[in-house]
Design a protein. Structure first.
Length: 492
C-alpha cells in the first residue's frame, strides 16, 4: 500500500474513524478512504471497505491462532466465526462488506450509494469493536452512531489524483462474446499488452489467435465441454471529452488502461481448470487488487461449473536451476555486476513466481516420493514436436482440500485431464506427430507416478543441499535486496 500513501494523504480525514489512527495507521488509511468515497465513488468505497476488513481479520487471525497461513478473506471470516473468535453480528456485517467489495470489482454489477453506506457502516462497527478489544487505548464501551450524512459529498482534489487512486483498484471485464463491440474492443486492446508487456518472449505465450479461436469455438457456441475464461483487470477508461467513448477509441489507446490479465480453460465436465496465465502489472503484484482479481475469477469459474463441482486450478511453472541458486546463496561474492548476474535474474524470476504461487492457500506442488520435483512433461506444440517437449513444475490449487487425501490418485486424475482433454482440445492446426507425442509423453509420465505427493514449499527437498524451497528463497531474496536487484525481478 506504500504506492497509495501519498495519494491518501491528500484525502480529507473522517473524524468517525480517527480512533484507528494512532495504533492501526494502515487500517486507518484504508478505512478513511472507504468513508471518503461513500457519496463520491461507490465502487471505490466498497472495494476499500473490503481491503480494510481483510487487514483486520488477518491481524485477528495471527493474534489468536499464532499463524501467518495464507487464507482468503472468505476463509478467514468462516474460520474466525467457527472458532467463536468473532461474534455473529461481526460475521454478518463482514459478509455485507465482502459481497459488496466483490461486486464492486465487476463492471456489470450495479453498485449504489446504499451499498457504499452499508459497507462503511459495517466497517465502522467492526473497527470499533476491533480497537476496543485489541487496542491499548480504552474506548467507551458504547460506540457513537455512524453518520453517513457527515461524509463529504464532493472532493476538492485534482482529477489526476483521483484517476491514479482509482487505478490502484481496477475493474474487471470477462471476454465472452467477440461479436459484442465492447468485448471485442477490450480483447483487441489486450493483445498488445499480452505480447509486449506480460509475455515479450514468443516461446512463453500461447498464440493470441489460438485464444480467439477457442473463445469463438467454445464460449460463443455454448459448449458443454469447455468454457474459455478470459479476464481483463483495467483502470476505468477516462473520457477526454463527451464524444470520446469506448465505442470509438482505438485499441492501442485503451491498452494503456490494462493492468492485469488472466486466461483459464475451464473443463465443465471434470471440474478441472487449467491456468494458461495470470499476469499482473508488477507494481501491483503483492497488493490487494490482485487478490480481488483472482477471487472474482474463481467466482466466475464456480458460476460456470454446475453443482459446485469445481475441483481446482492446475498450472505449470517454468523450472529453475536449483544447483546454481544454491551456489549463489552460499557464495559471499557479489552477483550484481558479475558475469552471473543475467543468469541469476532469469532464475530468480522463475523462483519468485514459484514462491508466490505456492505461498497461496491450498496451493501445492507435485513432488515425487523422495520430495523432489515430479518429472511432469508438457508435450511439444510446434514442429518438430520432440524438440519442443519440455519438463515443467506442475502445481495445483484445490478448491476442496479433502481431495488431497489420496495424492497419487488425484495427480493421476489431473494428468489424464491434461493429456486426454486439454492437450487434445486445441482448435488450430496441429504439428506433425502431435497426437502421437502427447500419447508417448503421457505414458512416460504416468510410469513415474508411484508415491508422488502434493507438497508445500517447505516439503520441496533440494538434492545435496541443506536448503528447502522456503529457506533458499528467503536467503536469495535478502541477497537480491542488499545488492539492489530485487526490483528487476518482475513477477508476471
Amino acid at each position: 500500500m506504500n504506492q497509495l500513501r501519498s495519494i491518501q494523504e491528500e484525502l480529507p480525514q473522517i473524524a468517525q474513524f480517527n480512533f484507528l489512527k494512532e495504533e492501526f495507521p494502515q487500517i486507518h488509511e484504508i478505512a478513511n478512504s472507504a468513508a471518503v468515497f461513500v457519496h463520491i465513488d461507490y465502487r471505490t468505497a466498497c472495494l476499500h471497505a473490503r481491503i480494510a476488513l481483510e487487514l483486520i481479520f488477518k491481524f485477528v487471525y495471527e493474534r489468536n491462532v499464532h499463524s501467518r497461513d495464507q487464507k482468503t478473506l472468505g476463509q478467514l471470516c468462516e474460520y474466525l466465526k467457527s472458532q467463536e473468535i468473532i461474534e455473529l453480528l461481526t460475521y454478518t456485517q463482514a459478509g455485507f462488506i465482502i459481497v459488496n467489495g466483490n461486486n464492486a470489482a465487476h463492471e456489470k454489477k450495479v453498485i449504489t450509494v446504499n451499498h457504499a453506506i452499508k459497507s462503511a457502516r459495517s466497517l465502522y462497527n467492526i473497527t470499533y469493536s476491533f480497537v476496543y478489544k485489541y487496542g491499548s487505548n480504552s474506548l467507551p464501551k458504547t460506540q457513537p452512531d455512524f453518520d453517513p450524512d457527515a461524509l463529504p459529498k464532493i472532493l476538492l482534489i485534482p482529477k489526476q489524483t483521483i484517476a491514479k487512486y482509482k487505478q490502484s483498484i481496477g475493474s474487471i471485464i470477462f471476454i465472452e462474446n467477440l461479436d459484442d463491440q465492447k468485448h471485442l474492443l477490450w480483447f483487441q486492446s489486450s493483445k498488445k499488452v499480452y505480447e509486449e508487456v506480460f509475455f515479450p518472449n514468443p516461446s512463453d505465450r500461447l498464440p493470441f489467435e489460438e485464444i480467439e479461436k477457442r473463445i469463438r469455438k467454445y464460449n460463443m457456441q455454448n459448449s458443454q465441454e469447455w468454457y474459455e475464461l478470459y479476464a481483463i483487470l483495467h483502470d476505468e477508461y477516462h473520457q477526454e471529452d463527451e464524444t470520446d467513448t469506448e465505442d470509438n477509441v482505438h485499441p492501442d489507446e485503451l491498452s494503456n488502461y490494462i493492468i492485469g490479465m488472466g486466461y483459464f480453460c475451464v473443463h465443465l465436465s471434470s471440474g478441472w481448470i487449467f491456468a494458461n496465465y495470470l499476469a499482473i502489472e508488477h507494481t501491483l503484484r503483492n497488493e490487494h487488487p490482485v487478490a480481488i482479481f483472482y477471487e472474482n475469477i474463481k467466482e466466475k469459474i464456480n458460476s460456470k461449473i454446475k453443482n459446485s463441482k469445481a475441483k481446482g486450478v492446475v498450472f505449470e511453472v517454468a523450472p529453475m536451476n536449483f544447483d546454481f541458486l544454491v551456489k549463489i546463496a552460499e557464495s559471499s561474492t557479489k552477483v550484481s555486476g558479475s558475469d552471473q548476474e543475467d543468469e541469476f535474474i532469469i532464475q530468480m524470476k522463475s523462483f519468485r513466481r514459484l514462491n508466490w504461487f505456492i505461498k497461496q492457500n491450498n496451493v501445492y506442488i507435485v513432488l515425487d516420493k523422495k520430495g523432489s520435483i515430479f518429472p511432469y512433461v508438457q508435450p511439444g506444440m510446434d514442429d518438430p514436436v520432440q524438440e519442443h517437449t519440455q519438463e515443467l513444475f506442475l502445481m495445483i490449487e484445490l478448491f476442496n482440500t479433502d481431495l488431497k487425501n489420496d495424492s497419487q490418485e488425484l495427480v493421476e486424475e489431473i494428468l489424464v485431464f491434461l493429456y486426454d482433454d486439454l492437450f487434445m482440445s486445441g482448435s488450430g492446426e496441429r504439428a506433425k506427430g502431435y497426437e502421437e507425442n502427447v500419447t508417448q509423453v503421457k505414458q512416460s509420465v504416468l510410469e513415474k507416478i508411484n508415491g508422488c505427493i502434493l507438497g508445500r514449499r517447505e516439503d520441496l527437498i533440494l538434492t545435496n543441499s541443506e536448503y528447502n524451497c522456503k529457506n533458499l528463497f528467503n536467503k536469495l531474496r535478502t541477497k537480491s535486496i542488499e545488492e539492489k536487484m530485487w526490483d528487476r525481478l518482475r513477477l508476471l
